[in-house]
Design a protein around this ligand. Sequence first.
Ligand code: PLP
Length: 489
Amino acid sequence: MNNTYYGQLIFEHSKSGRTGYSLPHNAWKEHDIHSLPHHLIREKSAKLPETDELTVVRHYTNMSNNNFGVDTGFYPLGSCTMKYNPKINEEIAGMPAFTSLHPAQWDHAQGALEIYYNVQQILSEIAGLSKFTLNPYAGAHGELTGLMIIRAYHQKRGDAKRRKIIIPDSAHGTNPASAAVCGLDIIEVKSTADGTVDVEDLKPLLGDDIAGMMMTNPNTLGIFERRIPEIAKLIHECGGLMYYDGANLNPMLGVCRPGDMGFDIMHINLHKTFSTPHGGGGPGSGPVGVRKGLEEFLPNPQVLKDEKGHITLKTAPEALGAVSSFLGNFNIIIRAYCYLLSMGKEYIHMAGKLSVLNANYVKENLKSHYLLPIAGLCKHEFVFDGLRPEYGGNHHTPNHITTLDIAKRLLDYGFHAPTIYFPLLFHEAMMIEPTESESKETLDNFIEVMKKIAEEAKDTPDILKTAPHNTPIGRPDDVLAVKAAKFTY
Ligand SMILES: *Cc1c(COP(=O)(O)O)cnc(C)c1O
């Protein structure tokens, strides 16, 4: 990109003495800065960039133009559910009535509390569970909260020796990470060739030291775990609890419910399934739901409705302490509420079904060119293991076309790359999740481009090896790019 603003920090535009504004000398005594108490006045000037206003505007506008988002193009980032975030949700969450609320006003904000309470109730209905908390800030935070509930449950029953948690080898990395933070010992259970939990591998792991099992459904391969009732029975018989990682609940919406499958606890990612925007480390929300009998452990403060219909905050004695400040990321909860109300009970299942249709449509159209390690019906997403060998995707040959090459080439065609090298079960994993928001035209366009890339891999592989060609930067050192704010392009 031929742009002097590109790749520079705002500090690099700084010219000593240049200002973005000039104000008249203030002649009113009341506003004299020197009338401030001495201890509040800065001794040295802050180290700030010295630029004119136009430079600042151009710097940040150009930076925003280099960003890629759901609002700019197709974003099939598997496991992230980058669905469209309806603008009405933004508008309502941005209303001053909400943005001006101070968290300490909770006691007087019945309307806001009612939104919070209603979202708890709707999620309980969708999940088939008894009660939810919306306090956790993210999916991983919800996992930790849920695992703490499992631990509190066993401790209360005087069964503190249960310290082992079973996690499938296909799990999202946050599962073992949350379990470790919670102080549990992680026991891995293997997957079968069809990508689901291997029940035969599970059986010998069971015993009176098992706290529970974490399962993701559909799992990280986008496959529905068909043997859940059998697995739940085994875990419950040995005294453990079943935890459902519902970060990817999208395909299940209005179709089936974790509570009916035998799960005791789950988390949901509002910033995936319920259309609240995410990416770039922005605010999230990871509500946690529990079945009857575990409500008392939900973290404080708990949001309840009294007989008169007033929403109250309760600090329950058996509960976990607070897991967040106040009630979590309230503005994310408003967005989810708008989404839920605008979809309504009668249409919410369409999100799930269309996400499944779209994923299968793309998968079936591309499996002639890309290696599909697990065939059959997928849910909202699926995984390719790189290109088929006839297109140069054989990872046993030196200089083969890698998933990274394909991902980089996709950028040239104006698409965001899928999730790559995750899950870890396949060498050249490429995880594609189109979501329900996309039109058939967009999907057809993506399919056409993916096929074109496969042809290029066969005929002109250098184009892929040197891709991307049309983006401001090419292939930064991934590790350095994360660690150093400024690096050499
Ligand atoms: C995204 C995701 C998580 C973690 O959610 P965060 O909000 O990023 O912490 C956990 N499990 C699965 C399966 C996910 O897809």
